[in-house]
Design a protein around this ligand. Structure first.
Ligand code: 5GP
Length: 189
């Protein structure tokens, strides 16, 4: 998505060779028009697949997942991220490491929000090692629902997340892929 590449070049900062800061578009602020375009693009890329729900993880995935759900005309579910001490019988819970915070959190989805008849599209802002995605896919699969695909705004393809999910057989669509952040330079694939 060329417009997104241009905005990344203008607005992102390279924190280090592993991390990009994109607060104005993904992690702190939202451009509604661009976000709706991203949603349309995901809807187009997954056209032809049965999708009954979009799922994401709070909080940075929510705007683009909302835009995608709106374009597809289906509901959105977002997993809560919490540090739980007690199990919750009414919820699916998966423990995942957080790439940016360096801590472990629990992804939580109420059982009544996913049904075995669902076919779910997972949308997220950025993929690095794929821990958040794998945790959420486990939750979807525990519910008996199908995974229709995975849409990621920004894939850092020098980290293993996207590749690992494709190897597992999922259809993964990224709007932008970055192959390197070495030397403070953003290199698109
Ligand atoms: P993963 O679980 O794939 O390792 O990391 C995914 C999550 O960590 C994303 O939802 C995203 O919010 C955060 N993340 C991963 N890499 C980056 C990055 O380079 N910059 C920012 N701002 N967040 C990131």
């Amino acid at each position: 998505m060329d417009i997104l590449k241009e905005r990344i070049l203008r607005e992102a900062t390279v924190v280090n060779a592993d991390v990009l800061k994109l607060d104005s578009l993904l992690n702190h602020g939202v451009d509604p028009e661009l976000t709706m375009e991203m949603g349309k693009e995901f809807a187009k890329r997954f056209a032809g697949r049965t999708i009954t729900k979009v799922i994401t993880v709070e909080s940075s995935g929510i705007p683009v997942a909302f835009a995608t759900a709106y374009s597809l005309g289906v509901p959105l579910v977002f997993a809560r991220r919490k540090k739980t001490l007690l199990g919750d019988a009414d919820a699916y819970v998966e423990r995942v490491p957080s790439f940016t915070k360096g801590i472990v959190t629990d992804l939580i989805v109420s059982r009544n929000l996913l049904a075995p008849e669902d076919s779910v599209l997972f949308i997220d802002d950025i993929i690095a090692n794929g821990d958040a995605a794998r945790g959420l896919l486990k939750i979807v699969e525990q519910s008996g629902a199908k995974v229709a695909g995975i849409g990621i705004v920004l894939e850092k393809s020098f980290q293993a997340g996207g590749r690992t999910l494709r190897e597992l057989g999922y259809k993964v669509e990224s709007l932008v892929r970055i192959s390197s952040l070495e030397g403070n330079e953003i290199v698109f694939e």
